[in-house]
Design a binder for this molecule. Structure first.
Ligand SMILES: *[C@@H]1O[C@H](CO)[C@@H](O)[C@H](O)[C@H]1NC(C)=O
Ligand SMILES: *[C@@H]1O[C@H](CO)[C@@H](O)[C@H](O)[C@H]1NC(C)=O
Ligand SMILES: *[C@@H]1O[C@H](CO)[C@@H](O)[C@H](O)[C@H]1NC(C)=O
Ligand SMILES: *[C@@H]1O[C@H](CO)[C@@H](O)[C@H](O)[C@H]1NC(C)=O
Ligand SMILES: *[C@@H]1O[C@H](CO)[C@@H](O)[C@H](O)[C@H]1NC(C)=O
Length: 479
């Protein structure tokens, strides 16, 4: 405390000096900046020193001190990755969890660890067992700054970092962990198991992580809510695309089996499935998937929650791999870019589709044969169709599909036909038609009527032969 106030007063004095000096133009500004720089450096150095002076294999100073920086190397973890560091890192974790400054809690049952940091000191650590969080609920803690790699003995069903309490994934409270940050980590599952598992937790941040060599999931979040995954890179195999082994890519980069999570600015560069979602109200934005091409059986984003999807996919980049949504109800796909014949597949499971908007996207393909949106009715047809809007998309070398269309027919006779089958997404369904007739010979006022609006075809007839053009707008999927 005393140290802090000393630094604070030094800072105030310096700021006052600066104020005085800046009001006097004769004093060189550069000099003041160098003084500021000196102060900054001295503060920074002290921080470093407080870490290194305790480097005497006694971490009790840190434990009993004001800081809660648990440098795993002080617990005997081997930053060269040669020796197994499982026990050392777990014991740092355990110390962090046992120190509860103020004995305060965040949400009920979750102790506030006061911003404790498990610091990996830029090393690479080999672990033979999951780094499973202690049973007691805790939060306000961070693991950061290094590489964790699974050894050949690592269990194939394990996760390198596991926020799952040992007892049935529950620790007593409504939520297990809250406000945990995993930052600046490279997680290498060594083709044994997965990267990060989160169970029934609240407000977990994964930021700037690189998760690779997983066989199950890169990251899985089950139950709870508000797992936020930002600025991260996930891939089973390390590749820059066009990998000769792409056909064999397996695993899922991110599984969200819970609600209200967000994946923001994330690249998925290899996995059979990029993101698998089975919870509601999740948000994906700025996600770039090139995990496994559709042609090789891969899926970029799979929404496996038929009947109540509530997912927003915006501003994403689907690169040779698409989106599959089972019985989508409340789904938004907008402002995204689909490259390499990638498309959105709406898959009927119980025949329900409602509240779907696929708008303002760009699609780019190779031969004009692939539709931008598919209805997969191989299991069962869509029977309960509510509102669905597919419109304002731009297709290049792909077949534009839409639920809103305009067309015209011109002729001399009593009947005009516009066939909307090439563009309308839903088969045999026109919910709304509007047409107008323009007669070429202005002397005539024929009687005309809409004869047919089935089979995605509109027919208009007149009582007398006339040379005319008809203009038609149709809409599908309006309740
Ligand atoms: C080693 O750690 C202890 C805390 O238990 C501390 O008192 C001591 O000053 C440290 N020694 C050195 C050389 O930093
Ligand atoms: C690795 O383990 C060996 C044998 O226990 C030990 O001698 C060595 O100091 C350890 N290396 C590190 C960096 O911890
Ligand atoms: C911490 O709080 C719990 C209840 O929230 C209480 O049972 C326990 O005695 C407290 N421990 C300390 C050291 O104050
Ligand atoms: C894919 O896997 C099969 C079966 O394991 C293997 O025979 C084949 O060589 C693999 N292909 C590539 C390109 O790695
Ligand atoms: C339309 O057809 C009728 C009879 O078939 C013909 O008399 C008339 O000139 C035609 N009008 C135009 C504009 O071609």
């Amino acid at each position: 405390m005393a140290k802090h106030s000393l630094e604070t007063s030094r800072l105030i004095v310096l700021l006052l000096m600066m104020l005085i000096c800046f009001s006097d133009p004769a004093v060189a500004v550069a000099d003041q900046f160098s003084k500021l720089q000196y102060l900054k450096n001295s503060l920074f150095r002290r921080e470093l020193l407080s870490g290194s002076s305790t480097r005497n294999n006694s971490h009790s100073a840190l434990q009993n001190g004001l800081v809660s920086l648990y440098d795993v190397t002080l617990y005997g973890a081997d930053p060269t990755g040669r020796n197994d560091s499982t026990d050392a890192i777990l014991s740092a974790l355990s110390d962090a969890f046992n120190k509860r400054p103020g004995n305060e809690t965040l949400i009920t049952g979750v102790y506030d660890l006061g911003g404790a940091q498990i610091y990996l000191a830029g090393g690479t650590y080999t672990v033979s067992r999951p780094l499973r969080f202690p049973a007691s609920g805790a939060g306000n803690v961070m693991i950061h700054g290094g590489t964790i790699k699974a050894s050949d003995a690592f269990p194939t069903d394990g996760y390198l970092i596991d926020l799952t309490p040992p007892q049935n994934g529950k620790n007593g409270g409504a939520y297990n962990y809250e406000f945990v940050t995993l930052r600046d980590l490279l997680l290498d599952a060594n083709f044994r198991g997965g990267g990060i598992s989160i169970t029934n937790s609240l407000r977990i941040t994964i930021d700037n992580c690189y998760v690779t060599h997983f066989t199950t999931e890169g990251i899985i979040s089950r139950g709870g809510h508000e797992t936020y995954i930002h600025n991260s890179f996930l891939g089973q195999h390390i590749t820059g695309g066009g990998d000769p082994g792409e056909r064999n890519f397996s695993g899922t980069a991110i599984t969200l089996a819970g609600n209200d999570n967000a994946v923001t600015d994330v690249v998925i560069f290899s996995a059979a499935t990029g993101i698998l979602i089975s919870g509601q109200a999740n948000l994906l934005t700025g996600v770039h998937c090139y995990n496994k091409a559709t042609g090789f059986g891969g899926t970029g984003i799979y929404l496996k929650l038929p009947g109540l999807t509530q997912t927003r996919i915006v501003n994403c980049y689907m690169d040779y791999t698409g989106i599959v949504a089972e019985d989508p109800v409340q789904l938004l796909v907008a402002n995204s870019f689909f490259l390499g014949d990638a498309y959105v597949s709406l898959k009927s499971v119980n025949g329900v589709i409602d509240g779907v908007s696929i708008v303002d996207n760009e699609f780019s393909g190779s031969n004009g044969q692939i539709g931008i949106v598919h209805l997969d009715q191989s299991k069962t047809p869509f029977k309960k169709i509510g509102s669905i809007l597919v419109d304002r998309n731009a297709a290049r070398m792909m077949k534009l599909k839409s639920t809103v269309a305009r067309g015209m027919a011109r002729g001399n006779g009593t009947s005009w036909t516009v066939d909307f089958n090439p563009i309308l997404l839903l088969p045999n369904r026109i919910d709304h038609v509007q047409y107008s007739v323009r007669v070429d010979n202005s002397g005539l006022f024929p009687v005309h009527t809409l004869r047919k609006a089935t089979d995605n075809t509109v027919v208009v007839e007149s009582n007398v032969p006339v040379s005319a053009s008809i203009y038609v707008s149709v809409e599908q999927g309006i309740k």
